[in-house]
Design a protein around this ligand. Structure first.
Ligand code: SF4
Ligand code: F3S
Ligand code: ZN
Length: 103
């Protein structure tokens, strides 16, 4: 599961589509955590897709991640600023790849 303390335990190593990427990143095998308010651990995401289907405000967009061992697409929190903290994505992700920090 995603580390809920990632903001303490990791460092921002780059930006992607306007959000933080928390390392370590070693492409293509290691991709880190994308986003901060809505954070997706790309190294855990296996492209289930429930988060994209269920988010009422369409926070997520698929991004291509060729060569990653878990899946070659990931749910990117491209619109994390739109999140209404319903927590649905956190509940439906089968591998607990998502952390949402309300408030
Ligand atoms: Fe979307 Fe709700 Fe998840 Fe926010 S908490 S990203 S609104 S499903
Ligand atoms: Fe990935 Fe979980 Fe969404 S596996 S696609 S973050 S439901
Ligand atoms: Zn991203």
């Amino acid at each position: 599961a995603i580390d809920p303390e990632f903001e303490s335990n990791r460092e921002v190593v780059e930006q992607h589509e306007g959000h933080n990427v928390w390392g370590p990143v070693e492409e293509p095998e290691e991709l880190g955590i994308h986003g901060t308010h809505v954070a997706v651990d790309f190294d855990i995401c296996l492209a289930d897709g429930a988060c994209l289907e269920d988010c009422p405000v369409d926070v997520f967009e698929w991004v291509d991640t060729p060569g990653h061992p878990e899946s070659e697409i990931k749910a990117d929190p491209a619109h994390e600023d739109q999140c209404i903290d319903c927590m649905l994505c956190v509940d439906v992700c089968p591998v607990d790849a998502i952390d949402v920090d309300p408030g």
